[in-house]
Design a binder for this molecule. Structure first.
Ligand SMILES: C[S@@+](CC[C@H](N)C(=O)[O-])C[C@H]1O[C@@H](n2cnc3c(N)ncnc32)[C@H](O)[C@@H]1O
Length: 293
């Protein structure tokens, strides 16, 4: 069945949606140093817009939970304070806090953090949410575990951003602490996709109504910057009501290993998924556990 078959027969049915796992996107312009001022609320520094509507993003985001047991086990093993970078609306942060973990969540998006705090208030979870940039945060605390889950590091597109990010992480790791990241393992098939093609990526109930929302993806890959430029088109019933950009830089496996090495980290384990399958050519993900070198 082609994507056209899936989206051609509207009104759509969620039962026909193929969950499309690679949600990589891109960024075109190189940044210089981290900006001190925050971006407009609907954008993050790499230009991505999908986090501007936190309620809509959260409705889609919460469908993913395959990483929770992995991060919960890592947090328990840390036996000390935990910092989640790019915590968004607290999908993982709140679950870990409810499990008794002493956790801080940091994110740059005001709408995402506002929703995270609201959810924490409702659920009675004790968790500190902080607005900050992963490239330049300064917290007066060190952590036994710092993690940046759900491909969020793919919002850091250039070398300087990454160097600043790694420096900030190193400065906040307690002795013996661990740093964990997960990003996609880039699949060459995505780089040759037809840029006009629309593929359904998810379908979920409108958090502000009763209808289903279908999200279709348009994708193009910039080979110069290694950034995937994605546009998500949102349809409710028969009406497309929004189109928003998502940019994600791709990290090729050997490149990522080198980046960690040259930025003062030693990779202790590299998995290909959250079941801890050893990383190999067919792995969908790169899940890396590090310590300071
Ligand atoms: C894919 S979402 C992940 C949300 C959450 N961690 C989860 O697992 O559901 C990516 C998050 O990265 C945040 N983000 C992107 N660039 C950032 C930056 N430079 N500093 C802090 N947060 C950033 C976005 O605001 C967004 O909430």
């Amino acid at each position: 069945m082609s994507a056209e078959d899936l989206v051609g027969a509207r009104p759509f049915s969620c039962g026909t949606i193929i969950k499309y796992t690679l949600r990589i996107a891109d960024r075109a312009r190189a940044a210089t140093t981290p900006k001190k001022q925050f971006m407009p609320e609907h954008k993050i520094p790499d230009g991505s817009e999908v986090y501007g509507d936190a309620v809509l993003y959260d409705a889609e985001d919460k469908q993913s939970q395959d990483d929770l047991p992995f991060y919960l086990a890592a947090a328990r093993r840390a036996r000390g304070p935990v910092l989640e970078l790019a915590c968004g609306t607290g999908r993982l942060t709140l679950a870990l806090a409810r499990a008794g973990i002493d956790i801080t969540g940091l994110d740059i998006s005001a709408p995402m953090l506002a929703l995270a705090k609201k959810k924490a208030g409702k659920g009675g979870a004790r968790v500190a949410f902080v607005r900050g940039d992963v490239r330049s945060f300064r917290l007066k605390r060190k952590f036994k575990l710092i993690f940046i889950p759900f491909n969020s590091m793919q919002h850091l597109a250039d070398r300087v951003d990454l160097e600043n990010f790694f420096t900030s992480v190193r400065a906040h790791l307690a002795p013996g602490g661990r740093f964990i990241l997960d990003v996609f393992n880039p699949h060459p098939g995505y780089f040759v996709r037809d840029t006009e093609e629309l593929l359904p990526v998810s379908c979920y109930k409108d958090p502000r109504g009763t209808e289903q929302i279908l999200v279709e993806e348009q994708y193009s890959y910039d080979r110069a910057t290694q950034v995937s430029r994605i546009t998500w088109h949102y349809t409710r019933g028969r009406t497309r009501f929004a189109s928003r950009h998502l940019n994600m830089r791709c990290f090729f496996p050997v490149e990522l290993d080198a980046l960690l090495h040259y930025n003062g980290f030693k990779a202790l384990k590299k998995y290909g998924d959250f079941e801890r399958t050893p990383f190999d050519s067919a792995s969908p993900k790169q899940v890396i556990i590090c310590r300071k070198a």
